[in-house]
Design a protein around this ligand. Structure first.
Ligand SMILES: NC(=[NH2+])NCCC[C@H](N)C(=O)O
Ligand SMILES: [Mn+2]
Ligand SMILES: [Mn+2]
Length: 299
């Protein structure tokens, strides 16, 4: 059993709704360390990555990507922290922050694998580029950037690209895709379980397929869980909620099946926004799901 290293990333520069920078605090307050210790792990809280203050960041007028330089600088710092944690033999558990942080996490993780698998648990594809983005928000771009598609400042984080290959990705829970994202999914061939497939097949079947799809061809799997993958009824504290999402129960089942299969080698939980939340409900759900991911059992 590996030791778990927790890395907080109080990042809110990848989108424009304030408060998601407080996500790591809210998740710590919801008891993440004790929860994972109680399963039997040694947990080390590595503290937070330094993020520029939103009030002090000015946009570069040469690009429509918001806060590009500040996001890139933070991604570099996160990548080297994650790299160190893995070099020391620990499991990195990254707490967001908005989903732009996945660029840095994947940059640090993927260095250690030939064929890293990625499970992208999200209402969105996060496959936009500067050309396709309706918003200019970098949290809508991390999966594209990690594939080596998009602005060079984002694709070259940590000095190499691409971090991942399209055939090693599975998106689960999608129900809001922009036109350019749909085209890209078809063009490069990414496996996607939209809410239609989750409804039709059931989560157990979706996870069985996902695990067997990734198991043979990858040498590690990163779970990138955006809390907006869940239905806003269960996870209201997110900046871009989309109705009709994955339930709390289905999400626990997904995490339990990942725990049983033992495939996950790194994870991040993102987009928890305490300002938009109801009495820390979303952070509490995140911690409960982490419990299941690390093998918590009732009996
Ligand atoms: N990580 C997220 N919550 N991403 C939401 C992205 C929303 C939209 N597709 C955009 O690119 O602006
Ligand atoms: Mn999302
Ligand atoms: Mn996302």
């Amino acid at each position: 059993m590996k030791n778990v290293s927790i890395i907080g990333v109080p990042m809110d520069l990848g989108q424009t709704r304030r408060g998601v920078d407080m996500g790591p605090s809210a998740i710590r307050y919801a008891g993440v360390v004790e929860r994972i210790e109680n399963i039997g792990y040694v947990v080390k809280d590595e503290g937070n990555i330094e993020i520029a203050l939103a009030e002090r960041v000015h946009n570069d007028l040469k690009t429509n990507l918001k806060n590009l330089k500040a996001v890139a600088d933070a991604s570099e710092r996160l990548a080297s922290k994650v790299d160190h944690v893995i070099t020391n033999g620990n499991f990195p558990l990254v707490l967001g922050g908005d989903h732009s942080i996945a660029i840095g996490t994947l940059a640090g993780v993927s260095k250690h694998y030939e064929n890293l698998g990625v499970i992208w648990y999200d209402a969105h594809g996060d496959l936009n580029t500067a050309d396709t983005s309706p918003s200019g928000n970098i949290h809508g771009m991390p999966l594209a950037a990690s594939l080596g598609i998009g602005h060079p400042t984002l694709t070259n984080i940590f000095g190499y690209m691409p971090k991942i290959k399209p055939e090693n990705i599975v998106i689960i829970g999608a129900r809001s895709l922009d036109e350019g994202e749909r085209e890209l999914i078809k063009e490069i061939g990414i496996k996607v379980y939209t809410m239609h497939e989750v409804d039709r097949l059931g989560m157990a079947h979706v996870m069985e397929e996902t695990i067997s799809y990734l198991k043979d061809k990858t040498d590690g799997v990163h779970l990138s869980l955006d809390l907006d993958g869940l239905d806003p009824h269960d996870a209201p504290g997110v900046g871009t909620p989309v109705i009709g999402g994955i339930s709390y129960r289905e999400s626990h089942l997904a995490m339990e099946m990942l725990a049983e299969s033992n495939v996950v080698t790194s994870a991040e939980f993102v987009e928890v926004n305490p300002i938009l939340d109801e009495r820390n409900k979303t952070a509490t759900v995140a911690v409960a799901l982490m419990g299941s991911l690390f093998g918590e059992k009732l009996l």
